[in-house]
Design a binder for this molecule. Structure first.
Ligand code: F6R
Ligand code: MN
Length: 220
């Protein structure tokens, strides 16, 4: 086995990622602590999405413009961890999605397909009250599933997915996916999801985007 040295510490080199077993992962990637309140995974850096990053995501463009004029809040943060690359390896990410609405539509993530379409993903809800919108790419068939503390969601391959916070506290969840999955945001940016998750009489309801009137508070 080859090692590269940093100070007095001997560490497996990333050039050895094809080596199977423990040597394929840096020791500090074998375990990490999730801080659900802070939304952190050890010291791994995160990506933040503010309201201004989500132009075109929400149905009600008037409500979006008004909300943006009032401020530019953080909507969600994702800390992605890539312990190893290559066939069979996994990556994971901790998501923290704030509570809020634009018009009648709940705060949600951009959503994506995996660039490697067959790649599935498992989500584990850790805190808060959320939903996942799953949309089969080929048919647009849509399913709404719960993602709250203790819920597990299986996202099959070839399925666009996004999370929504339907509660009043931050929604915190973990997503675990193949290292080779990759993220394709372009397809979603172009056509968005077929359905929107809006509040109706205090309850989250999935409504076809085409049935909602633009700029009318998300009302049909
Ligand atoms: C990874 C995954 C999640 C999301 C996270 C943020 O494949 O599905 O970790 O990355 O929920 O959502 P997006 O990536 O759509 O901004
Ligand atoms: Mn994903």
């Amino acid at each position: 086995m080859l090692f590269c040295c940093q100070g007095s510490e001997a560490r497996p080199s990333f050039s050895l990622m094809a080596v199977p077993g423990l040597a394929s992962v840096l020791p500090e990637h074998l375990a990490a602590h999730l801080d659900l309140g802070a939304g952190t995974v050890g010291a791994h850096p995160g990506t933040e999405r503010f309201l201004s990053d989500l132009r075109g995501v929400f149905h009600d463009e008037v409500a979006y413009g008004e909300a943006l004029a009032r401020g530019n809040p953080l909507v969600y943060r994702v800390v992605g961890v890539a312990p190893a690359e290559g066939d069979g390896q996994l990556h994971y990410g901790l998501g923290t999605l704030q509570a809020g609405k634009i018009g009648q539509e709940y705060f949600l993530t951009k959503g994506h397909l995996h660039a490697w379409r067959p790649a599935a993903e498992v989500y584990v809800g850790l805190r808060g009250d959320g939903r996942m919108i799953l949309e089969e790419e080929a048919t647009g068939r849509t399913r709404l599933v719960p993602l709250g503390a203790g819920d597990v969601v299986y996202v099959p391959g070839h399925t666009a997915h996004r999370t929504a916070n339907v509660g009043s506290e931050p929604l915190v969840y973990l997503g675990i996916y193949p290292a080779a999955a990759g993220h394709d945001y372009a397809a979603i940016a172009e056509r968005n999801f077929r359905c929107c998750l809006v509040e109706r009489e205090g309850q989250p309801v999935l409504v076809e985007r085409a049935r909602l009137v633009r700029g009318a508070g998300g009302r049909p």
